[in-house]
Each structure stands twice: as C-alpha cells, then as structure tokens.
Design a protein around this ligand. Structure first.
Ligand code: MD3
Ligand code: FE
Length: 219
C-alpha cells in the first residue's frame, strides 16, 4: 500500500467499515458492528497517542463527586467538569491544548454522521469494570441541529435510552466493540446513560475496560 499519505482512499475505507442499514432506536441510528477489527485496532493505536498527549482524568461534578468514568478529549474543544460546572474548554485541566482528532475517527464522522459541519470535540470516555454514567442529556453544545456520534471500543456496555424529559419508560441495548450510534434530529436531546460494563467481554483492550468516543460540534 502507498505510504505517501496516511489518509484513506474510498476503497480502503470500504474494507474498514461495514455499510449496512442501521437499526432505529427511538430515532437514534445504531450501526451494529460498523468497524472491522482492523479499524478498531487502528483507532486504539491512535487513541494511545491522544491519551499520552492529554492524560485521562476523573472529572469532579459541580456537587463535588468524582465521576467513575475517566475522560479526556481531542479536537479544538474538550469537555471538562469541576466545582465551577460543566463546560467545553480549549485546554486540558493540566493547561495545554487538546491533541487533534485522529483521522481514523474523523473517517467515521464523514461516512455516517450526515452532518454539515466537522466535529470540534472527540470526548474519550474510559470505563473500568465498575464505571457507569447516570441518565443525562447532552446540552453543553450550542447547535442541537448537529448530530452526536458515538463509537464503542472494548467491553460491552448496557446503554439505556429514555425520553426528552427525565423519567418515563426506558429501553436498553448492549453496545459492543465496533458499534456506532448516531443521534440526530429529535433524538439528539434524549436522556441516556450507561448502567454497567461487562468485564472480559472483548479482547480488544489488553487490560480490559471500555472506551466510548463521542464526536460533537460544540459552537
Ligand atoms: C443520545 N456517553 O459522553 S454514548 C456522553 O457510552 C455519553 O460513554 C455514553 O453519554 C458512553 O455524553 C453514551 C451514546 C450517546 C452519546 C450521546 C448522546 C447517546 C446519546 C446524545 C444524545 C442522545
Ligand atoms: Fe451523553
């Protein structure tokens, strides 16, 4: 293969991605098994560099509790939380700028988001076997007409989706390594969370656990 460019041509992208009709979950589109194993491995490699440049940290909620999910970001903006509140910031809590969003991740956005803009944040969530994320809405972004795209890597996670307001009936689905979920339109404002991660359900990450990437347009 030509090594003159690290950008993938159309044909190369085809082998990395499984293009099939998505499953509709309350208006979200689930692309089950979208990433080939090769594509997942490339992404993990790229994410090791991201985490080296911008180490994972445990965000503190405004009420003072440490989140069980560890996080970092890539892109122009990163999502941070501390006693002052939730927000997007151009700098890591350590002070420096965030690394660029890897091309392997941008390729997924280009292929399935249908968005008119490029992502400005790739939030990287790392779950160990005890981590979870309570039901919430993503509303720190300015333009809700732009979708959010999620990529799951590593151990399976039990994802719960609710409604446009807190409470009411919910539905759950296991997100597996290589799955891609796109939240656009009304579904962009649904309550959602992660109840638990199933230990040892994937061999992608040598030390186990789960990575979720969410690509967002922030401004
Ligand atoms: C539905 N992350 O980072 S991804 C988050 O698996 C977040 O780490 C979860 O919720 C995780 O905010 C869930 C699926 C997801 C992401 C964003 C959404 C579902 C969404 C935004 C709106 C509606
Ligand atoms: Fe969320």
């Amino acid at each position: 293969m030509e090594k003159s460019s690290h950008f993938l041509n159309e044909a190369e992208i085809e082998g990395f991605f499984r293009m099939a009709e998505p499953i509709n979950l309350r208006g979200m589109s689930l692309y089950d098994g979208f990433l080939s194993l090769e594509a997942q491995e490339q992404m993990v490699k790229d994410l090791r560099e991201v985490v080296r440049a911008a180490p994972l940290f445990s965000p503190i909620t405004p009420s003072g509790k440490a989140m069980s999910v560890r996080m970092t970001s890539a892109g122009r903006y990163g999502w941070v939380s501390d006693r002052k509140g939730y927000r997007y910031s151009e700098t890591h809590p350590d002070g420096g700028p965030w690394p660029a969003i890897p091309q392997s991740v941008l390729n997924v956005w280009e292929k399935v988001s249908g968005a008119s803009r490029s992502p400005e944040c790739c939030l990287v969530n790392f779950y160990d076997e005890t981590a979870k994320m309570g039901m919430h809405q993503d509303r720190d972004e300015q333009d809700f007409s732009q979708p959010v795209l999620s990529i799951s890597l590593g151990d399976d996670a039990l994802f719960r989706v609710g409604n446009l307001t807190r409470g009411g009936k919910t539905e759950s689905v296991w997100l597996r390594s290589g799955d891609v979920l796109v939240m656009g339109g009304e579904a962009r404002r649904l309550y959602h969370g992660i109840d638990r991660v199933k230990p040892n359900s994937s061999t992608l990450l040598p030390k186990g656990g789960r990575i979720n990437l969410t690509l967002r347009v922030v401004t």
